[in-house]
Design a protein around this ligand. Structure first.
Ligand SMILES: NC(=O)c1ccc[n+]([C@@H]2O[C@H](COP(=O)([O-])OP(=O)(O)OC[C@H]3O[C@@H](n4cnc5c(N)ncnc54)[C@H](O)[C@@H]3O)[C@@H](O)[C@H]2O)c1
Length: 334
């Protein structure tokens, strides 16, 4: 069976997913698109030989659409995820599921009322080979208990419309989800340290910043967010355990050794660094949809990440440690 996918918001991320689905991923085809930018929707539809729908509601309702992929921007996700749940169609929603925890809670309630897990959130780092190897080692207990994790998330630059809170709820959200998964526990508090700002940024941003999180068992995670670092897309993660440490390899690339020195190229962006993770993530989703199963991060993961983001955003404006407020995990997501 070929899963017929309707794509909402085929911008940068959406078109990268379409390219993967139509080149290296088996079992799926994007047959329909919709976008608030109608010209873009028509252009993408004609390129892939699909249908351009005037709005997301008619795309979700269309008989030719088996499953929905949402790649519009965060605040627009909720209404389309809810419509997909109401239509009983599996939906892959790019991160963040929603920019606030309240909105994610409404999605969880609707999904639970429908009695079936339909929502997968696009937290692709869980599918990255090196993060998976880290998790396997930490879970084995060979290094003892994990005590601290040091992370960095550096981007070359961000556009002017990147708002002050996005450092937390659009960028750090990746480490928040990945570390919840890696450590297998929830965060209970957030604090933000604000170092000297780079002059190479828009005035409204605190860049860099360090988000400091604590888990239920007391593991301390620090996450350097530096979104105008100029030089590349640089993702780091080192877990410090009782008997050793484990880190991501550097850049996931080959190393050249010659008369000029020893070097490897720096990743330029998320598609460059996490190509393999995106492919695995979407392939597993298509495979699961084809057999009526759920895979990947759930609405609960989207909600839990949003709760930590809410605390992080508050910590960015009110100095000090902010408690993460979260409901108990419903049995439906156990
Ligand atoms: N997993 C990752 O590493 C990763 C990386 C980049 C972006 N993203 C996420 O992907 C999503 C899209 O990001 P992007 O970089 O592709 O943005 P983009 O601006 O390039 O594309 C967004 C598209 O959505 C359309 N759109 C906006 N509102 C809409 C609505 N209400 N209905 C239909 N279409 C709408 C826009 O016209 C545009 O075509 C965001 O949620 C972002 O956080 C994830």
């Amino acid at each position: 069976m070929t899963v017929r996918i309707g794509m909402i918001g085929p911008g940068g991320m959406g078109q990268a997913h379409i390219d993967r689905i139509h080149t290296v991923i088996a079992g799926g085809r994007v047959v329909a698109v919709s976008d608030v930018d109608e010209v873009r929707a028509k252009e993408v539809a004609s390129r892939i030989g699909g249908t351009a729908y005037a709005d997301s509601a008619s795309l979700i309702a269309a008989d030719e659409v088996d499953a929905v992929m949402i790649c519009s921007y965060g605040p627009a996700h909720e209404v389309d995820v809810l419509a997909a749940i109401a239509a009983g169609k599996p939906v892959f929603c790019e991160k963040p599921l929603t920019p606030t925890a309240d909105a994610a809670l409404r999605i969880m309630e609707a999904e639970e009322a429908g009695g079936r897990r339909l929502v997968t959130v696009g937290f692709m780092r869980r599918f990255d080979r090196s993060y998976r190897q880290m998790k396997e080692l930490l879970d084995s207990g060979e290094l003892g208990e994990t005590l601290m994790v040091h992370c960095a998330h550096r981007n070359p630059t961000v556009p002017e419309h990147y708002t002050w809170d996005m450092a937390i709820n659009d960028t750090a959200i990746h480490e928040i989800d990945t570390l919840r998964w890696l450590l297998g526990e929830e965060f209970v508090s957030a604090r933000v340290d604000k170092p000297k700002k780079t002059s190479l940024r828009f005035e409204h941003l605190q860049d860099p910043l360090v988000l400091v999180l604590e888990t239920e068992s007391g593991v301390r995670v620090d996450d350097e967010i530096f979104v105008n670092c100029q030089f590349g897309y640089d993702i780091r993660c080192e877990a410090v355990a009782e008997k050793g440490t484990v880190s991501l390899g550097d850049q996931n690339a080959i190393v050249v050794r010659d008369g000029a020195g020893v070097r490897n190229s720096i990743a330029r962006d998320h598609n460059d660094r996490f190509w393999g993770a995106f492919v695995t993530e979407v392939q597993e989703w298509v495979d699961a949809v084809a057999v009526g199963e759920h895979t990947g991060s759930t609405s609960w993961d989207g909600y839990a990440a949003a709760c930590v983001c809410d605390a992080g955003v508050r910590a960015l404006t009110d100095d000090g440690v902010v408690k993460v407020e979260m409901i108990a995990k419903p049995d439906f997501y156990a």
